[in-house]
Design a protein around this ligand. Structure first.
Ligand code: GLY
Length: 393
């Protein structure tokens, strides 16, 4: 098979790793893992014809060693891609096992982590074995957290099958589960050995899930890349179909932005915080209003719309730029207004519990133009309240 795709590197010294992107590359999973384990100039990398790829001709330190693989997936993804992933692993010589959890955010909790640990103990998984996270953001965060903590850390790789996971959650080593006090409150930074994103899997993705990945895509464009933003506006119809070639380019452009930010600030001491654009209000909406059933990208979309309004009120961006951001979100079927009034007091209280609080002040990322942003920590409660209330009516 010719590998018609590209590689983006996450550069983190000896923990650097490649992100393979291409349509139909799931069947190369076993080979890609084998290559990483052998620390070799592998055929897969040599076949890549993309001159932009930083890691094309570099050898990478071996972070994976021989052993077995345990594919952690969910019941929906298992039916679609479980067998194909394991066939590829077995063809490359791995003894593969599978653990499946219920699909959905509810699986990101401690009881499910414990169930996965039990299965790993039953299989006598060793630190030299590899966990393969096959699925969307929930599976990636859960399996990554299990990998980070089981026997103080076993190898793992990310095989994202949703757009959200391909463009965001599979990259950068944030792993974790939820707590009743907030989303992703229990977790660890733990980098995978590689990421393999088969963009052909996007063809089976429900439209609402596609929208969630597009919210993170708009986020990346607004905070870092005006040309990408214009490209998204011009290609919105093809993206929504979704056309394979366009999606591969979209994933690649996202990965370049995310990889550059993570490479510069892995543990979010400052710069990585820009990836929280839209998330300060977004996370709070998800935590405080579970009955409204906002999907992550929908809550982030509302958060970006609110942040845009704060930036306009502060004179940081023009009304027309904020409207351009909102228009693109709506073009992707994402909400920029709430259907019912929002409980501002409850949301403000919850916001103070968030990880984005520094020295008691809620940190916001606000756009300064399309393609750039800044941190703001001196927002008054009144400004935040007004932005929340502006989302309704
Ligand atoms: N999704 C935000 C980050 O990875 O930092």
């Amino acid at each position: 098979m010719n590998f018609d795709g590209t590689v983006v590197g996450v550069e983190l010294g000896e923990r650097s790793y490649p992100i393979y992107i291409g349509a139909g590359i799931l069947e190369r999973l076993g080979e890609a893992l084998q290559c990483r384990m052998q620390n070799a100039e592998c055929r897969m990398q040599k076949e890549i014809q993309n001159p932009k790829s930083k890691i094309q001709n570099e050898s990478h330190p071996s972070t994976l060693t021989t052993g077995r693989t345990v594919v952690v997936t969910d019941e929906n993804v298992e039916k679609l891609y479980g067998e194909r992933a394991e066939e590829s692993l077995r063809a490359a010589g791995f003894e593969s096992h599978r653990v499946s959890v219920a699909a959905g955010e509810a699986s990101k909790r401690m009881e499910v982590v414990e169930r996965v640990y039990e299965r790993l103990f039953d299989l006598a998984v060793a630190r030299s074995d590899t966990i393969v996270a096959l699925g969307g953001g929930v599976v990636g965060d859960l399996a990554g957290f299990v990998a980070a903590t089981f026997k103080r850390g076993v190898h793992y790789v990310q095989v994202p099958t949703t757009l959200l996971a391909m463009v965001d959650s599979s990259i950068g080593g944030k792993t974790g589960i939820n707590h009743p006090q907030g989303k992703n409150m229990i977790g660890a930074f733990y980098q995978p050995g590689l990421v393999l994103a088969d963009t052909a899997t996007l063809a089976t993705l429900p439209r609402r899930e596609l929208g969630c990945g597009l919210a993170e895509t708009v986020k990346h464009a607004v905070i870092r890349d005006a040309a990408f933003f214009a490209w998204l506006e011009a290609n919105a119809a093809a993206i929504l179909r979704p056309e394979a070639g366009v999606m591969t380019e979209l994933v690649e452009r996202n990965c370049r932005i995310k990889a550059a930010v993570v490479s510069a600030d892995e543990r979010e001491s400052k710069l990585r915080g820009i990836l929280n654009f839209g998330h300060t209000i977004g996370h709070t909406l998800e935590t405080v209003l579970p009955e409204r059933d906002y999907h992550h990208g929908e809550a982030v979309s509302l958060g970006m719309a609110a942040a845009g309004r704060i930036a306009v009120r502060r004179g940081m961006i023009g009304e027309s730029d904020a409207e351009r951001i909102a228009r693109l979100l709506r073009a992707f079927g994402l909400p920029t207004a709430a259907r019912e009034p929002l409980p501002a007091d409850k949301l403000l209280t919850a916001m103070k519990q968030d990880k984005k609080v520094r020295a008691g002040r809620v940190q916001f990322v606000l756009p300064t133009r399309i393609g750039d942003c800044t941190f703001v920590e001196d927002l008054s409660e009144g400004e935040i309240r007004a932005a929340i209330e502006s989302l309704y009516g």
